[in-house]
Design a protein around this ligand. Structure first.
Ligand code: PMP
Length: 756
């Protein structure tokens, strides 16, 4: 519609001359600033005609009339036309529009000025007053509104999820959707409700010269939980700040002076803020696709994403504590760690060890972050089981969906067994074509040996020193790491052990490029009636020791020649962690006869597998039936499938390679600075840092333990291992970022500076 036509319309309908008419930004309607002849300003709003819009705008006007009874100049007042109408309908060539005029609220948008603490305090008060004024207001049309921008209906935004292109961003939104369903919605539904403004963002709040605040744009009015109003305001007040929770608390504190929030309401604010941000980014992603020219719809997108990425690192308990502290409320104090330990030891034997001198009591976790019961965030640089990240929403969803539908065993037919099994098998060379599902790495290694013994006529099992393959009796028999322990059972007579081929600290005085061959020859010399040779491609418990190039090739050849089979334990090294390789055996250019899988396979859901050739499977099939009650159940298969999907969709193997290379580069730099770092080794995000006494290769166990415990004090989780427990192990979820690496390196450098 032409500007001149609008000016004419205003004159005719409202009876004042228009000096100028300027188009303003609008989300899904057009807004104009009118300068009238008397110097009075008005806002004209133009909407596409629809019954829905008529109803919404009438309600908005009704609410504004109510609010203007309580306040002057804080909220726009609807201006009636000459014939006492608040809404006018006009027609242009093709379309019909609704027009309304509002009084003009003077001031600068908070979005265009530097917002200080005092303004944020006033903002909380201003929104508190708004809530007070709206407490006595109700409107059937507003109450019946059920739409995407109302936090209580967060789930309506799920349809926009696929518009978020970056899988690393999408997973955060999906995570918060799930958290909301599980931990917020049931509580939210019981809270008090009110009509709320629902969009107190920095472009809807004005500050005038007298430092008074005004609120505009009531187009998002809705009846929702009252606490959503302050949560939304806190979000926008803090989402572009460095310390968001502090600024959010300022708003909360002054709001609470006007409207006292209950403890339950305060406890949900963290999640409600996240929910609001999720709504915002979902709608931005959608807008970008359908209306790429509407820049206004994307105005808050960048800040919203950075705040969501900030919140994912924050413990919900921490946020609740900060908010409660700001309100002088009692903070829930969990038991002391000492009490937790005492309780645990009353039923759990101390044979289950606890990590660190100061053990940690955890409450929840998200991707590479773990949150203890006291609200602290720990960066998980250690845990290799949740390979795609703790509480990954796609894995949680797959498990929860499947358990609600069907969970049974391999004696029946169901899709998941074949779907997952065939998908996994495709990840291996063709000759590895049969799969057995079990429940853990231990069960897998136990079964692998059973299968090998059924196939080979030989009797003995050859293992590498410091190798670890499981906790069952057979697992212990084949794990030098366990049986060789001071308190261990010792070497069984059917076990042949060969030295760990350590190229950094070799037992042979031959040039470095010859050590691999020497170790291989040594192993080959020990082959005697061997049914199976089992090894990890990189020995985790041995201290992240990578087998030297050519070692496996030589040993495998001899083992096979003498009737044995070769087993690769990929429990730690599998599923893309090594970056360059999806499986550890690939780095040694061999194809094993049997492979065992576990740990990361279900991202924490207990599932393991044995994979072998047709021929070996055939030998095993001649024996008694193999059945595992839970092995290969539909829920476990669904978890496994989701893990593979996530690794592929989030390009996590590539991430393990990029971030791993960066990590190793940074560690090598640190090695040059600190002579106590003897060796940096590993591949991708499977890394070992060997700590030694300066100018020697002697292990410094004490220092390694100190470093590990100091990192824990700084809330970074790593492990330690190796025969002398002097190798720091880092094998984080493979969504680990370069920013996370920088944090580890920065802290490690500080610890090393202080420790030596
Ligand atoms: N093999 C290796 C290489 C392992 O690291 C482990 C566990 N640490 C296992 C097997 C046994 O797996 P689980 O603990 O799942 O039984």
């Amino acid at each position: 519609m032409e500007t001149l036509q609008l000016i004419k319309f205003v004159k005719e309908s409202y009876g004042f001359n228009v000096n100028s008419l300027k188009k303003l930004n609008g989300y899904d309607n057009e807004n104009y600033l009118i300068d009238s002849e008397k110097g009075i300003k008005f806002i004209l709003k133009k909407y596409p005609f629809s019954k829905k819009n008529i109803s919404l705008i009438s309600s908005e006007n009704d609410c504004l009339i109510h609010l203007n009874k309580n306040s002057n100049n804080s909220y726009p007042a609807p201006i009636s036309s000459r014939n006492d109408e608040y809404l006018k309908i006009i027609r242009s060539k093709k379309s019909k529009y609704i027009i309304r005029v509002l009084s003009y609220i003077k001031g600068n948008f908070l979005g265009e000025i530097k917002v200080n603490e005092s303004i944020l305090r006033s903002l909380g008060e201003c929104v508190g007053n708004l809530s007070k004024h709206l407490k006595t207001y109700s409107n059937d049309s507003i109450s019946s509104r059920k739409w995407e921008w109302d936090i209580q209906y967060l789930n309506l935004n799920k349809k926009f999820l696929n518009y978020i292109e970056d899988p690393n961003e999408k997973k955060i939104v999906l995570y918060f959707f799930q958290q909301f369903d599980e931990f917020v919605k049931p509580k939210l539904e019981k809270l008090r409700t009110s009509v709320i403004h629902n969009d107190t963002n920095e472009w809807n709040i004005l500050l005038n010269k007298n430092k008074e605040l005004g609120i505009i744009d009531f187009g998002d009015l809705t009846e929702s939980q009252l606490v959503n109003e302050v949560a939304i305001c806190m979000t926008y007040a803090s989402y572009d700040k460095l310390n968001p929770l502090y600024y959010a608390s300022l708003v909360l504190k002054s709001y609470n002076k006007i409207i006292r929030l209950t403890d339950t309401e305060v406890s949900l604010i963290y999640y409600l803020m996240a929910a609001k941000l999720c709504i915002s980014v979902c709608n931005s992603a959608y807008s970008k696709k359908v209306n790429p020219k509407n820049k206004y719809a994307l105005i808050s997108e960048k800040s919203a994403w950075s705040m969501l990425k900030y919140l994912i690192k924050i413990s919900p308990i921490h946020a609740e504590n900060i908010f409660k502290k700001a309100l002088n409320r009692k903070i829930n104090k969990p038991k002391s760690v000492k009490k937790y330990i005492k309780e645990r030891h009353s039923i759990i034997s101390p044979i289950f060890s606890l990590s660190y001198k100061k053990p940690i009591a955890f409450d929840s976790a998200a991707f590479q972050y773990m949150f203890d019961k006291y609200g602290n965030t720990f960066l998980d640089a250690y845990n290799n089981i949740p390979i795609v990240g703790h509480s990954h929403p796609r894995v949680s969803k797959a498990i929860s969906y499947q358990i609600k539908k069907l969970n049974t065993n391999t004696r029946y037919i169901y899709d998941q067994l074949y779907d997952y099994g065939s998908r996994l098998i495709r990840k291996f060379p063709k000759k590895l074509s049969k799969i057995y599902f079990v429940n853990s790495g231990s069960e897998a290694s136990d079964l692998a040996i059973k299968i090998a013994l059924s196939h080979s006529k030989n009797k003995n099992i050859m293992v590498i020193e410091n190798g670890y393959h499981g906790h069952t009796q057979r697992g212990t028999d084949i794990s030098h790491y366990k049986f060789n322990n001071k308190r261990g059972q010792g070497l069984k007579d059917y076990i042949i052990k060969v030295p760990m081929p350590n190229t950094y600290n070799s037992i042979y005085s031959v040039p470095k490029n010859k050590t691999g061959r020497k170790y291989a020859e040594d192993a080959i010399n020990k082959i005697d009636d061997v049914a199976a040779f089992i090894s990890e491609p990189i020995l985790g418990c041995g201290g992240q020791v990578t087998l030297p190039k050519g070692y496996l090739k030589k040993v495998y050849k001899e083992i096979r020649k003498r009737g044995g089979v070769c087993i690769s334990d990929e429990v730690q090294t599998g599923f893309g962690r090594l970056g360059e390789y999806f499986w550890g055996f690939e780095m040694h250019e061999v194809i094993p006869d049997i492979i065992i899988l576990g740990k990361p396979m279900g991202n924490g859901h207990p599932i393991g597998a044995v994979i072998t050739t047709d021929k070996i499977a055939e030998s095993f099939s001649k024996g008694v039936e193999f059945f595992s009650s839970f092995g290969g159940n539909p829920v476990s298969c669904a978890a496994g499938l989701a893990v593979l999907d996530v690794i592929e969709d989030e390009k996590l193997q590539e991430n393990a390679k990029n971030v791993g290379n960066y990590y190793i580069r940074k560690l090598n730099k640190l090695k040059k600075e600190f002579k106590v770092i003897g060796d940096i080794r590993g591949s991708g995000l499977f890394i070992g840092i060997e700590i030694i006494e300066e100018n020697s290769k002697r292990p410094d166990t004490k220092l390694a333990q100190k470093i590990k415990n100091e990192l824990r004090k700084n809330r970074i989780l790593v492990g330690s291992d190796g025969p002398h427990d002097n190798v720091i192990k880092s094998k984080p979820p493979i969504c680990f970022s370069k920013e996370n690496v920088n944090e580890v390196i920065y802290t490690l450098r500080n610890i090393l500076k202080k420790s030596i």
